[in-house]
Unconditional design. Sequence first.
Length: 131
Amino acid sequence: MVILFDTSAALALLDARDPNHPAANDAFRRHIDSNRFVTHNYVLIETAALLQRRFGVRAVRAFVERLQPLLELTWVDRARHERAVADLLGSRGRRTSLVDRVSFDLMREDRIRTAFAFDHDFEREGFTLLA
């Protein structure tokens, strides 16, 4: 199975104080050997920015060196970016981020049904969260 890896999962995995940390560790350990985790460069940017702001560069290094190599990376091209921006601008004030909208586009295009995320916007878009 192919699973989209979201920023919320990275933060839960790397922050022992995160309330989702135990669930994230358990789910990742159960699924890492038999599934493919994919993400995109916007998730990497968002994750690095949040980790640096909350914990410093050492946390970014841990993400880049320990977690990122386990993920298959898709680079966001202009067309995907523009679709996500159009979706954001047409959303009428919904709170879903541009990064998540890129994720939704990738998931739809690649027929990925499951997200490793603790963000319920994925469920609202019709996707399943990794349990």
